[in-house]
Structure formats: C-alpha cells, structure tokens
Design a protein around this ligand. Sequence first.
Ligand code: GLC
Length: 454
Amino acid sequence: MKAFTALFASMMLLAAPGCKKAEDNKGGGAGASGGEAKPEAKPTETVGGGAAGAVEIAISCGSVGKDYETCKAGTEAWTKKTGNKVKLVTGPTSSTEALALYQQLLAAGAADIDVFNLDVVWPGVLGNFFLDLKEYSNGAEKDHFPAIIANNTIDGKLVAMPWFTDAGVLYYRKDLLEKYQEKVPTTWAEMAASAKKIQDAERKAGKKEMWGFVFQGKAYEGLTCDALEWVDSFGGGSIIDKDGKVTIDNPDAAKAIDTAASWIGTISPKGVLSYEEEEARGVFQSGNAVFMRNWPYAYDLAQDEKSPIKDKVGITVLPKGDGANAKPSATLGGWNLGVSKFSKHPKEAADLALYLTGPEEQKRRAVEGGFHPTIESLYQDKDVLEKNPSFTELFDTFKNAVPRPASPTKGKYNQVSNQFWSAVHAVLSGQKKAKDSLADLKSQLEQLSRGGKW
Ligand code: GLC
C-alpha cells in the first residue's frame, strides 16, 4: 500500500496542469506561448459538494491544451446538478506515460480514481478493470458513432463511453502560403517543397527560428499515430491487418518512413525527435513553423485572442504519399470515460461519466474547446458548426480515419505500438534505413503474436 501511495503522489506531482516544460523544444524556438488558456498549476482540486449524503468522486482529466479546464467546467456543472463533490486529477501529457501509471494503479486495486479518461487504443489493454456502462446508460450509447462503441466493447461489456474523437490534421500558415504564392499541399512532396522554400526565405529575411514542418517525433504513442499516417498515405497499410497478420514490412511503408526521415534537419528541427503534441504546438503557435501535424485541439488555441498567429491558420486533411496506392490518411484518436471496478461509488461515478459524455457537455466542449463530438447529431448543430467551420470540411476525414491495430492485437497493443514507434524512431534519428528497420520489426511482431494469434 505504501508503494502505491508513493505512486499516486508521483502522479499528482506529474499532474500539475499548465506546468509543461518547453525544454525538449530544442532547435525550434519558444515553447507554447501566447493565447494558451493555462489552468492553474495545482496538482489536484476539489469542486462542489456540501449536499446531504454527498459523495466524492475522483476523475482523471487530460492535461494537453485545454483538456483540464474543459474537464473542470463540466465536472463543476455536474456537482451543481447533483450536490456531489469531484476531485480532479490529471496524468502526464503523454498517452504512453499515462497508460503506465494507470496500469500500475489499477493492478494495485486502487480505489483512488473512480472515473478514468481512456485513450481509444486502451479498451483491449485495460478493459478488465472497468465496469459495464450499459448497466447505467439507459441506451445512451445508441447516439454515439457505432465504430467507437464497438471499439469500447470488450467481451460484450461497454467499458467506456466515448467523450471526444480525434484525427490527425495538417495546420498551415495561410499568410505565409499567400506571401510566397504556394498552394495548400496535397502530397507530402509538395508539403516538403513549400516548407523548404518558405523556411529558407523567411530565415533570409531575418526570421532565424523559422522551420518548415513540426510534428510528434518522440518515441511514444504520438509517433505511432504520425507514422501510421505516413505509411497508410503511401498505401503501406496499418502495421497489422484486421485479421492479425503483420503487414508493415512492405516497400510503400519503407518509402513513407524514409521520406519522413529526410525531413529531419532540413524542414524539421532535430528536436522534433523529442516533441509531443504540445512542443509542436509551441513552435507553431509562436510563429516559428509553416506547417504542423497535430490534433484538432490546437486550432482553438491557435485562434485565441492572444495567439501570435490568430487568423493566420488554416486546417486541412493531411497530404498523401506518392505511388499507385497513395491516399490521404488520418489516424483515429480520441478519449473515453470509464468507471473503475474498484470505485466505492459506482452509481455516482457512472452518472458523472454519462453526464460528461452526454449531448449537452459534448456540445459545450465542441463550442468552447473545439473537441470533436462522438454524438453524430452534433455535427448538424448550428452553434457547433458556427464555432468550428472545419467540422463540415473534415467530417469525411474523421469518418474514414484509420484505426491503430488495437482491436486485432487486444491486450498486446501497447507492446506492438512500442515496437513500431521504436522502429520508426531509429529511422528518423538516422540509425537505420526503413527497409531494415521494418524487416526487424516484422520478426519481432510475429514473435509477439505467436504466429498471428494475438
Ligand atoms: C491524442 C489522441 C490519442 C492518441 C494521442 C497520442 O490524444 O486522441 O488517441 O493516442 O494523441 O499522442
């Protein structure tokens, strides 16, 4: 129990929202600056309470961008409605680190967190620790995208309710493309050529910190997302197919990853090899990059009153590769809320999870934070569309987003992803050629799968 208390305390410490350091931001200039609505740097906060018979529910919110403050506003509304109290905690910004912490907490049977925010790739890994929300939902799941409900259903149990959905998108500087008469790129080759041209010209004109393209290149789950997009956009598939067969060792995939490696040090800073989402946004939002790959959350922040690039930002589908099988591709992301089976107040915890994932809250989150709803009807809502015109343009991108191979690899997904991002990182950092790295990856994955039986 002592070990667990120490672990939990370290989570709280890590949690301090708004404390993200920009030190990994080498070569890229400033950290996330301007227009960032920073939540208070408190490890935990308790909101609401006071009603007779009130209980306290602890929830883990995210900590990237506006995650924490948006989560806090929703839980406050729930405490007003129910009289209960909520303790807010947040984990690390990296999905990989958050998973490691949650696995340890749950394996120790900890009741300290009732409602967990769960990445869309975790149901197969963590599902056993969560209650079946169908028992509390009154059929609410019918309003959500069926593919996400299917993703969150493990052995017939709905282990998490969808909270928001994500897909990778390309951000670009409208003003710079116009200044240099460049078109919005539709292929990676066009993107790299525009990026280089604008970067070099801007540097010549005195903007020494300017880079062409920033993305998530650190060895973690975010790199799996970015690299899957490169591979799939060259027609190289999705690492492992839906029947569990390892498909990653193919020439299109190798070409995609070698192409990405050619960006390092030319249009992307070397520091990108340790960037998560927020480091990339930091460079882009402070005006030091022409293009950025990120999730939709970054748009709302880039458009903040205090943002140096307000009204200069465009958002569009990611470029495609080249070759006969090329097509634009976006990795499917997103977050869900699940109730721990160790919760001492499962009824109230489920009520909070259902409230936060319900239509009223998803609408508020879309309007105030640009989070993409998982309730399809909200894509017709006037207020949502007025605030987020790109929701219509990007609807198909979201609908056709490519899932990471979490369903076929079940409880082993995190090991699969870890091997994939490591193999890609080795190529990006110049240690290996993609062809060799993917051949090695193939044998590792086949070993892990024991011949395709995950
Ligand atoms: C975003 C996505 C999530 C993904 C993560 C990777 O948070 O929503 O699904 O795993 O980025 O960094």
